[in-house]
Design a protein around this ligand. Structure first.
Ligand SMILES: NC(=O)c1ccc[n+]([C@@H]2O[C@H](COP(=O)([O-])OP(=O)(O)OC[C@H]3O[C@@H](n4cnc5c(N)ncnc54)[C@H](O)[C@@H]3O)[C@@H](O)[C@H]2O)c1
Length: 256
């Protein structure tokens, strides 16, 4: 097993990439703290892990709230006595933010920054002291190809994910001497709840769907498992000489 007996906190593990990663990390031997706001979805992830014979608990947490995040860390340490891995994966892309900035409300701008960027800051801020006590750890952040290249109508989301890319490098510098590595994954189009509007095109509009596929050299969108495997590598000791990187997962999209 690749991360046997490690304790891993995964935010946004209530669906999509987070849930797939929670299940994969558990299969590879880690004890999983499933973090999110939705109790029923969190329970589904925990149940899936228990069915595999793995170890997991759900801790209801809004990653934008410092008090919630602090409690999440306290409960994790109370349950498992240490934290080895933090996967900062929770994120949002609200429909109302898919517009140029002159049409974007101040509230929506702030909401996206709160979840996508402040959420990474808060979880890292409260987890890192525990990692230092334990002699090190690995933090993986979910950024996006939209944190590296732009496309129309994604200003708030791109700015938040670009922030995650640079916060990753900054934290990597600040904590390297504590044996804490910090990296991020940058997926493009992955089939999850977040991209439901695109996924639905496969059935509703074949022409539009084929046009999307034609832009991806490997000919398909990513799966949550594609991102989970890359994150597992960065979380595990297999990547122990890697810190500060942004690993692009896009079927070749941005290589063109
Ligand atoms: N799907 C894609 O194409 C894609 C591409 C690039 C990056 N991403 C990023 O991947 C990550 C996971 O997204 P996904 O595609 O699995 O979508 P998703 O919507 O299935 O997962 C996001 C999860 O984060 C949770 N979440 C949202 N706000 C939260 C908060 N304040 N506190 C705690 N949990 C919260 C949601 O409830 C949800 O379970 C996100 O950061 C997203 O921006 C997704």
């Amino acid at each position: 097993m690749r991360i046997e007996n490690k304790v891993a906190i995964i935010t946004g593990a209530t669906s999509g990439i987070g849930r797939a990663s929670a299940i994969l990390f558990a299969r590879e031997g880690a004890k999983i703290v499933v973090v999110g706001r939705r109790v029923s979805e969190g329970k589904k992830t925990v149940d899936a892990i228990h069915e595999l014979g793995g170890e997991a608990v759900f801790i209801k947490t809004d990653v934008c709230r410092a008090a919630d995040v602090q409690k999440m860390v306290e409960k994790t340490v109370h349950n498992y006595h240490k934290i080895d891995i933090l996967f900062n994966n929770a994120g949002i892309l609200p429909e109302e933010t898919k517009t140029p900035i002159t049409n974007l409300s101040v509230e929506m701008w702030e909401r996206v920054m709160e979840v996508n960027l402040k959420g990474v800051f808060l979880s890292s801020k409260f987890v890192i002291p525990e990692m230092i006590k334990g002699g090190g750890g690995s933090i993986v952040n979910t950024a996006s190809t939209l944190g590296i290249v732009s496309r129309p109508d994604r200003s708030a989301y791109s700015a938040s994910k670009g922030g995650v890319v640079l916060l990753t490098k900054a934290m990597a510098m600040d904590y390297a001497s504590y044996n804490i590595r910090v990296n991020c994954v940058c997926p493009s189009f992955v089939e999850t709840e977040m991209t439901r509007d695109l996924v639905e095109l496969a059935e509703k509009d074949e022409k539009a769907w084929n046009e999307i596929l034609s832009k991806i050299p490997l000919g398909r969108p990513g799966t949550p498992e594609d991102v989970a495997y890359a994150s597992l590598f960065l979380a595990s000791d297999e990547s122990k000489w890697i810190t500060g990187i942004s690993l692009i997962l896009d079927g070749g999209l941005t290589a063109q």
